[in-house]
Design a protein around this ligand. Structure first.
Ligand SMILES: [Zn+2]
Length: 225
């Protein structure tokens, strides 16, 4: 069986997507709860992001996962629904603003392979939870794995210093095993590195790339900084 405490890969220096879309919706009502279960980031909310941490919930429903945010005990940025939920195959749940530090890894956790052993992982990372029982043979669906990979590609396009994709188990090996031995890490990595499913609309792809623009015109009234 694969060991989730070894799950990690670093994004290559080349191949960063220019764009990658995710089908996401806010979890209903979560806006009333994220403020009490997240913190202001101590680093720049874009340039300070170095890692995405992959979790699995050890539960059977999105509602069960979200209850920890309602209780103010933990939080995460995205939640990937389980096979038997109607949102499966359709969308992932946004649960906290990316600009906030979610509480998905203990502050004391660190690893030399991940952002040079820095602690306070939540402040320089984003967290994805995948709904899975983490018991018996509850398999992750291919859609769950692809949806998780698409979130990572979206982050790769958006956060220029994002480098590390790592399991919760690697960061907290004494207390956590998620996303677990059943999470197909090698396939997941393949989906992250393969941009063929980025789903960027032609209307966006057809814009002139910024690097090819020679003369900009800024409307009167605008100013710098
Ligand atoms: Zn976790």
């Amino acid at each position: 069986m694969p060991n989730p405490r070894q799950y990690q890969f670093d994004l290559p220096a080349t191949g960063r997507p220019t764009d990658a879309m995710i089908d996401e919706s806010w979890y209903p009502g979560i806006q009333a709860y994220w403020e009490r279960s997240t913190s202001s980031r101590i680093f720049d909310a874009i340039l300070g992001i170095k890692a995405v941490v992959i979790h699995a919930t050890a539960g059977s429903s999105s509602a069960g996962a979200v209850s920890v945010m309602r209780d103010g005990s933990a939080s995460f940025h995205w939640l990937v629904p389980d096979e038997d939920e109607p949102q499966h195959g359709q969308l992932v749940w946004a649960c906290a603003p990316e600009a906030r530090a979610a509480w998905h890894v203990r502050n004391s956790c660190h690893h030399p392979d991940v952002n040079t052993d820095a602690a306070r992982v939540n402040h320089w990372s984003l967290g994805i939870e995948v709904v899975n029982r983490q018991a018996g043979n509850d398999a992750f669906s291919d859609w769950q794995v692809r949806a998780t990979a698409r979130i990572v590609r979206y982050c790769w396009a958006k956060y220029p210093n994002l480098r590390h994709i790592v399991s919760h188990a690697k960061l907290d090996p004494d207390r956590r095993e998620d996303p677990g031995a059943h999470f197909p890490w090698a396939e997941f990595k393949g989906y992250v590195l393969d941009g063929s499913a980025d789903n960027v609309p032609a209307v966006a792809l057809n814009a002139t790339p910024a690097g090819e623009i020679s003369n900009g015109v800024i409307a009167a009234g605008c100013c710098l900084g």
